[in-house]
Design a protein around this ligand. Sequence first.
Ligand code: ADP
Ligand code: MG
Length: 137
Amino acid sequence: MKQRTLSIVKPDAVRAGNAGKIIAEIESHFKIVAMRKLQLTHAQAAAFYAVHAGKPFYNDLVDFMTSGPVVVMCLEGEDAISGYRRLMGATNPEKAEEGTLRKKYATSMSFNAVHGSDAPETAAVEVAFFFPGCDLI
Ligand code: ADP
Ligand code: MG
């Protein structure tokens, strides 16, 4: 099934100069239907990760996600949601498979280079969080 999903190149990967390589790899698997570079405010990051509010890592996650620019993309493709999760690899890079973006570019569980939506419901909410319908081409 053709799906859309939200991808974020996180501040650690942008800071390290890895955004271009990550985007090129993503583009070899998915159509990029929208892309923005921006720096999240504290309120935006807190809202985006609201599902994790109250967890021990939440405050650090919000601080990290606001620590520098990110590149946000809406991706489209056959089974894009699970397919992009596979390309990202496990949340903990030590457990990520060889060849995945997190294996290559993440340095820890906290600084793990990329975000991807985890289900159709969250993908729809996350894409709409960053892109009005008119920007999705
Ligand atoms: P994923 O990004 O793989 O969907 P989660 O949704 O579980 O993972 O968590 C969101 C983000 O929060 C992770 O990508 C990571 O940056 C951070 N995170 C999750 N669990 C931890 C943890 N135990 N310690 C530190 N950071 C974490
Ligand atoms: Mg998640």
